[in-house]
Design a protein around this ligand. Structure first.
Ligand code: HQG
Length: 184
């Protein structure tokens, strides 16, 4: 991905997940923004881009971070929100029996005490792949991989959601369902 596309992708993540109001944009409850409005407000804020570049970011995003509406008029971040404007109505689905979470060793003591918490975001993010969990965790320091016993959580009534780009979401993972990942 070119530097220009990476920069736009980061800007879009910031606006569509966290701070839409910083450029005067309003998202609907499902996280959708009008593309025309986004382009015009971003230009006003000194971040000009056109529809073609936006399309390139959507198409080349390694994690498929952004989704276009079927009519092509709106865009949203598939997951990762912290904005209070957004409350996506994800459908609860049965998770795989185990999902993974990558974190940094410095967070472990707190995670072992409190479980996994969403932090600023709306959900705890979990991955089907150990590799993806590794990439997520190493952003914060020395990587530590955790396995979450979703079969037991599900049986206990915890709900799981899957975003359009296959990130698994849940509100809280109590410590009793978390173990260190053991390579098999
Ligand atoms: C940690 C990326 C202390 C947690 C990825 C993580 C993901 C705790 C950090 C998405 C804790 C939160 C989200 C506790 C959790 N005490 N620390 N009780 N519970 N933590 O960035 O999951 O590339 O909000 O382990 O793909 O790292 O941006 O969450 O280290 O899907 O598109 O607190 O971000 O997507 O960090 O990453 P984050 P995350 P993008």
């Amino acid at each position: 991905m070119s530097k220009q596309l990476t920069e736009l992708s980061k800007f879009l993540s910031y606006i569509l997940r966290h701070e839409p109001q910083s450029i005067g944009l309003t998202l609907d409850a499902n996280g959708w923004a009008s593309i025309d409005e986004l382009i015009s407000l971003a230009a006003n804020a000194g971040k000009p881009f056109d529809r073609e570049l936006l399309q390139q970011v959507v198409d080349t995003s390694d994690k498929k971070r952004f989704t276009l509406s079927t009519d092509g008029l709106c865009i949203r971040a598939a997951q990762g929100h912290s904005s209070e404007q957004v409350n996506i109505n994800y459908e609860a689905v049965t998770p795989p029996s185990v999902l993974y979470h990558g974190t940094a060793t410095r967070f472990l003591e707190s995670i072992r005490a409190q479980g996994l918490l969403p932090g600023q975001r709306h959900y705890v993010h979990l991955s089907e792949s150990v590799e993806t969990a590794g990439q997520v965790g190493e952003r914060y320091g020395k990587l530590h991989l955790l396995a979450v016993d979703c079969a037991r959580m599900s049986a206990a009534g915890f709900e799981f959601y899957r975003s359009e780009n296959n990130v698994w979401l849940t509100k809280h993972v109590p410590a009793e369902y978390i173990s260190d990942y053991q390579e098999s």
